[in-house]
Design a protein around this ligand. Structure first.
Ligand code: URA
Length: 257
C-alpha cells in the first residue's frame, strides 16, 4: 500500500478499487473505509486518500478478500492444423495461445484435435463454457469431412441413425454429401462432444478421415477469418449463444445470471 501522491501509475484509490469490484459505490466505499470496515494487507485503513496496488495489495471486506474480476471475453478462432487446443505445451508445440496473445486468461470451449481446423470458441466465462459444452444442451457442431473413399448411402444412413462406439451409441446426426465432393467430402452435424467423435464414427465403418474442418459451432462460423485468425464475438452473437442454451426451460442446463 502506498500513500497519496505516489507517482506509481499502477496505484488506484481504494474507493475506486472497491466500486470496480462491485462492493459499493465510491461514496458508499468511502463510508466503509471511514467506518474501519476495510482492511489492506491485514490492517484496518480509515484514510480516504489511500491508494493501493491491485496486483500486490490484499484488500478485505467482511473478512473476505475483494478481487477484481476480468471482463468476460468471447472469441472465435479459426484454428489451423498443427496447433493444439491447450494454453501451453511442455513439448513446445504450437498452441492456440501462440495465435491469441491476450492479457486475460482464457480457455477453449471444448477441444479440437491437433490437425482439425476451424471454429474454436474461447472465453474466460466458465459458466458460459460449461453450459455450451453440457451434452444436455445439444449445441450443434457442423463439420466438413474429407474421406479416403466415397461414403455409401447405407453408411450415411448408419451415421445419421447413430453408430455404436466404445463409449456408447452416438445420437442421431445430419449427414450429407457436399456437392462436387464425389461423396468423399461429407458434411456432418452432431450435437455431442465425445472424444474424437467424428473420426471414430467414420473409422467404425472402415473410412479414414483425411481432413476435418469444423465449419460452425452453433451459428458461429469462421467466415471472414483466415486460418489462425480470430475476433471477438459481437454482443449479439454472445446473446444468441446464451439463448441457445436457455431456449427452453425443459430440463436443459441453464446459464447462471
Ligand atoms: N471430432 C473429431 O474426431 N475430432 C475433432 O477435433 C472434433 C470432433
Amino acid at each position: 500500500m502506498n500513500q497519496l501522491g505516489s507517482p506509481n501509475p499502477a496505484l488506484v484509490r481504494l474507493n475506486k478499487f472497491l466500486s470496480t469490484a462491485g462492493i459499493a459505490s465510491r461514496r458508499k466505499a468511502d463510508e466503509l473505509i471511514e467506518e474501519g470496515r476495510i482492511k489492506v494487507n491485514g490492517k484496518v485503513v480509515t484514510s480516504l486518500g489511500t491508494k493501493i496496488d491491485p496486483a500486490r495489495d490484499k484488500v478485505f471486506f467482511n473478512e473476505k478478500q475483494v478481487v477484481l474480476l476480468d471482463e468476460p471475453v468471447y472469441i472465435v478462432f479459426n484454428k489451423p492444423k498443427d496447433c493444439i487446443t491447450t494454453m501451453s505445451d511442455e513439448r513446445g508445440r504450437a498452441t492456440v495461445m501462440d495465435y491469441l496473445r491476450l492479457k486475460q486468461r482464457i480457455f477453449p470451449i471444448g477441444r479440437l484435435d491437433r490437425n482439425t481446423t476451424g471454429v474454436l470458441l474461447l472465453t474466460n466465462d466458465g459458466d458460459f463454457a460449461n453450459c455450451l459444452m453440457h451434452p444436455k444442451n445439444e449445441v450443434k457442431k457442423a463439420y466438413k469431412v474429407g474421406l479416403d473413399k466415397p461414403l455409401t448411402s447405407s453408411h450415411a444412413e448408419q451415421l445419421a441413425n447413430g453408430i455404436r462406439l466404445s463409449d456408447g451409441k452416438t445420437e442421431p446426426a445430419e449427414v450429407y454429401s457436399i456437392p462436387g465432393g464425389k461423396n468423399k467430402l461429407i458434411g456432418i452435424v452432431i450435437h455431442e462432444g465425445k472424444n474424437r467423435q467424428v473420426h471414430r464414427m467414420f473409422e467404425a465403418l472402415g473410412y479414414q478421415v483425411e481432413k476435418l474442418d469444423r465449419v460452425a459451432y452453433a451459428d458461429i462460423t469462421y467466415e471472414g477469418l483466415k486460418r489462425g485468425g480470430w475476433r471477438y464475438l459481437t454482443k449479439g452473437e454472445v446473446r444468441r449463444l446464451k439463448e441457445v442454451v436457455e431456449e427452453e426451460d425443459n430440463g436443459k442446463v441453464k446459464m447462471q445470471n
